[in-house]
Write a protein that binds this ligand. Structure first.
Ligand SMILES: [Zn+2]
Length: 102
């Protein structure tokens, strides 16, 4: 959830902008902020949330496409019911994601 004012901040459980971001440990100090959808509903600076999401995506990419000499542990496939032209490999999905980031 995007937090852009004091009402949103209070609803997210952040009592003041002097509270610290769990990712960078700096005071929130201003808006916008982002509240995650995880069980803890942690609040981050927007830049910290983007950095965290990017780190997760990079880790996932490495997990599914490990560098040589390691082999893939998993290959993403569809159930086999979709026509081949509708199947997308993880590499093509990841490549589109990186294009989006750059
Ligand atoms: Zn932060």
């Amino acid at each position: 959830m995007l937090i852009v004012n004091d009402d949103h901040r209070r609803l997210a459980g952040v009592l003041s902008l002097e509270e610290r971001c769990k990712y960078c440990s700096k005071a929130f100090a201003g808006y916008p902020l982002i509240q995650s959808d995880d069980a803890d509903q942690t609040v981050y600076h927007v830049v910290c949330a983007i950095e965290l999401a990017t780190e997760i995506m990079v880790d996932l990419f490495t997990f599914f496409s490990p560098p040589a000499p390691y082999n893939r542990l998993f290959v993403l496939t569809t159930s086999g019911t979709a026509p081949a032209h509708e199947c997308k490999s993880f590499d093509s999905v990841a490549a589109n994601f990186y294009k989006y980031l750059t």
